[in-house]
Each structure stands twice: as structure tokens, then as C-alpha cells.
Design a protein around this ligand. Structure first.
Ligand SMILES: [Zn+2]
Length: 224
């Protein structure tokens, strides 16, 4: 069961007091997607992952914290137009705005995850083109990190799996193939290797739809 607590937050950027529904507990039953998107019920808690000030639009995990160096980003055209966008669901804009702030802070792993989280909410809203574009931003950020030898997921091989899925689902499967081959050659644990092989099959089929890790575990990936 998912539970929330009402948390009163004083916006660090403008001083507005607002209520955030903070996640106090949830669970996850079933299989994550190939890009680590969790199953229900955690899947439906994304609205609680970030705090967004209703007055100034400042979006962060902890909106009470704000550094003045972020002021030009918060007041900037890119941020304001994303906030005002009627094309994007509000939650997708919140993740993208937080990514813009993370970019200014040089926290590139958070930038990549912010765009990927935006893509998940865009998937849910049926905004396929915008989801593809957000995945592209995530993939480019993640590829830049990998090129510098930096990972952005706790377990070895998972960063590469995430970027491969961002590229495949964003219609850039050909760019994922060298990542997959390089990672396979590193010889990670069995499940990672199997998911990489599955990704390669999906790319060869031109499949850009979401898939579950369970498909690999249960061997239903049609690789016979
Ligand atoms: Zn504010």
C-alpha cells in the first residue's frame, strides 16, 4: 500500500509555503521495465518524487533548499517556457525543470534521470513524440557520462542497460549496439548479459516499445 504525509514546505526560492504530499511508504510487485522503471505501486508515486512550488515553479527534491546561483536558471526563458507549456503534462515539466537546475549545478546523472523520468510521465500521457525527445536528452547525457568512464546506477552494467533502452525506445537503436557489444564484452552477471542480448534482439526487430525485465527472466523473449 502507498501512503503519503502532508508536508509543509517553505520554498527556498520565493518563501511561499505550500503542501507537498510526501511518500511515506509504497511497494513494488512485479517486474521493472528494461530501463528500471518500477512496477506498481511505486510506479504511480512519481508525483511525490519532487517538490514544485506553486508560486515560482521551483522544482527540486527538497524545495526548501535553494542556492542563489540557480536564480538565473529559474528566471530564464527555458525554465519559464517549460513551466508554462500546455503541451507537456505538468509532472513532465516538473522533472524537466529540475533537470535544467541540475544541469546548472553540473549534476549530469540527475539531468539524465530527470529527462528519463519526464519520458515515463510522457509515456503515461500518450505523448510519444515528446517522450522520444526526452529519452534522447537522457541518452545524450548518459552517453557523455559513460564516455568519461562515469556510471549513474549503483550496480555494474545497469548504467549501460539504461542508456541502451533510452536509445532503443527513442528510435536510435543503431547507436545502442556498440554500447551493448562493449558491455557484453565486460562480462557482467548473468541477468545483465541476458538483458543486453534481449536488447540487441529488440533493436534488430526494430522494436521501440516498452519491455519488462521479467521477459528475460522467464525466457519469453523469443530468442530460440
Ligand atoms: Zn517558490
Amino acid at each position: 500500500m502507498t501512503t503519503f504525509d502532508e508536508e509543509s514546505v517553505v520554498c527556498g526560492a520565493c518563501g511561499q509555503v505550500f503542501i507537498h504530499h510526501a511518500l511515506t511508504s509504497t511497494n513494488a510487485f512485479g517486474s521493472p521495465d528494461l530501463d528500471t522503471r518500477p512496477p506498481e505501486m511505486r510506479r504511480s508515486t512519481m508525483g511525490a518524487w519532487l517538490q514544485r512550488c506553486p508560486a515560482c515553479g521551483y522544482s527540486a527534491r527538497k524545495a526548501a533548499k535553494f542556492g542563489e546561483r540557480f536564480r538565473p536558471v529559474l528566471d530564464g526563458a527555458a525554465y519559464r517556457s517549460q513551466l508554462a507549456s500546455t503541451e507537456y503534462p505538468m509532472l513532465a515539466s516538473t522533472f524537466i525543470c529540475a533537470a535544467l537546475l541540475a544541469e546548472a549545478a553540473g549534476r549530469r546523472d540527475e539531468v539524465g534521470w530527470g529527462y528519463l523520468h519526464a519520458a515515463w510521465t510522457l509515456d503515461d500521457a500518450g505523448k510519444d513524440e515528446l517522450a522520444r525527445s526526452a529519452r534522447g536528452r537522457a541518452a545524450d547525457t548518459f552517453l557523455g557520462l559513460l564516455a568519461e568512464g562515469q556510471t549513474f546506477a549503483p550496480e555494474p552494467g545497469v548504467s549501460e542497460l539504461v542508456v541502451a533502452d533510452c536509445l532503443r525506445r527513442g528510435g536510435r537503436g543503431a547507436e545502442a549496439l556498440p554500447v551493448i557489444e562493449r558491455t557484453l564484452a565486460q562480462g557482467h552477471q548473468d541477468l545483465i548479459q541476458k538483458i543486453l542480448v534481449f536488447q540487441r534482439v529488440l533493436i534488430q526487430r526494430g522494436d521501440t516499445s516498452p519491455h519488462l525485465i521479467r521477459e528475460v527472466v522467464e525466457g519469453k523473449q523469443g530468442m530460440a
